[in-house]
Design a protein around this ligand. Structure first.
Ligand SMILES: [Fe+2]
Length: 298
């Protein structure tokens, strides 16, 4: 009788064990599925973020300004200036062809490059910058001023870069003034001269367009009697958020006052380009690389 009872118990135990085993297998399978799902979600999020950041940093936009000013002479009516700023060795398409094509769409009379064509935070590439400059001179005359990054180059690198620009036909304005059209002066400030008064380069009876890399020196540009300044350097604040605007900019820190757009300071107007590339902070968000296109109307 006892033997029969033990046999029944053994059978029950075996059944229980099988049940537990089956349950464990089901639990393990569910766990594996959950882990696989989590990995898939992480991969999908990383892929989406990568596409999002890539798009934010490669989608070129043209910002057009129709600019007028009571001081403008008739001679500049219909004139178009394209501003390229803070390329920081970025490349848009093979040999920057996408960037060049956008510039061609604007049909500019001149291109002004407002500094930081090269980058000195780990991806300096002088040949890329020179190749773009050379192609740009095939579109129209190109004027250039230095930014801070050109001064981070070694003296030898800087000489190579600047002589390469001149060889490709770029006109370097080293704190000097030229007549652009009748009654309009184009003044280009070297990045080392942004602190100094430059009213000696201004023709007060004419309209004075100034190229100056750093926007936070606006008080000096205004007190020197600039009429319109083309500036850059701030990279639009790198990350732009609604209401807040740009988050941070070199030499201005968080919540920069001068990060993009057309601003007015006393009798001086200043257009701040958000620029095209990145430097030590390697990406931009909600802040597409920008080509500025200004059309003048008398
Ligand atoms: Fe800069």
């Amino acid at each position: 009788m006892k033997a029969k009872y033990n046999k029944v118990k053994d059978t029950e135990n075996k059944e229980n064990l099988n049940e537990i085993k089956e349950n464990n297998e089901i639990t393990n399978k569910s766990k594996s599925k959950l882990i696989a799902l989590k990995i898939l979600i992480v991969i999908a999020v990383i892929a989406l973020l990568t596409v999002f950041v890539y798009y934010n940093n490669t989608h070129l936009v043209i910002t057009e300004y129709d600019y007028t000013n009571a001081k403008l002479p008739e001679s500049i009516d219909g004139y178009c200036i394209v501003q390229i700023s803070d390329l920081h060795n970025a490349k848009f398409g093979k040999d920057n062809e996408k960037l060049l094509e956008k510039i061609r769409i604007c049909s500019p009379d001149i291109i002004v490059i407002t500094g930081d064509m090269v980058d000195c935070s780990g991806h300096t590439n002088i040949p890329i910058a020179l190749s773009f400059a050379s192609a740009a001179t095939d579109i129209c005359p190109v004027y250039y001023i230095t930014g801070n990054h050109e001064y981070y180059l070694s003296e030898e690198q800087r000489n190579t870069f600047l002589s390469g620009l001149m060889a490709s036909g770029v006109i370097i304005l080293n704190s000097e003034s030229i007549e652009l059209v009748e009654g309009v002066r184009l003044i280009g400030l070297d990045d080392n001269d942004l602190f100094h008064d430059f009213s000696n380069l201004i023709a007060t009876e004419e309209f004075n367009i100034v190229l100056a890399h750093e926007p936070q020196r606006i008080k000096n540009y205004a007190s020197s009697n600039a009429d319109l300044v083309f500036s850059g350097h701030a990279h639009g604040g790198q990350i732009r958020l609604p209401i807040i605007g740009g988050l941070a900019a070199p030499d201005q820190g968080f919540n920069p006052e001068y990060s993009e757009g057309l601003i007015h300071y006393n009798n001086t107007d200043m257009i701040i380009s958000r620029g095209l590339g990145n430097s030590a902070f390697p990406f931009r968000i909600f802040n597409y690389p920008e080509i500025v296109c200004v059309r003048f109307t008398k």
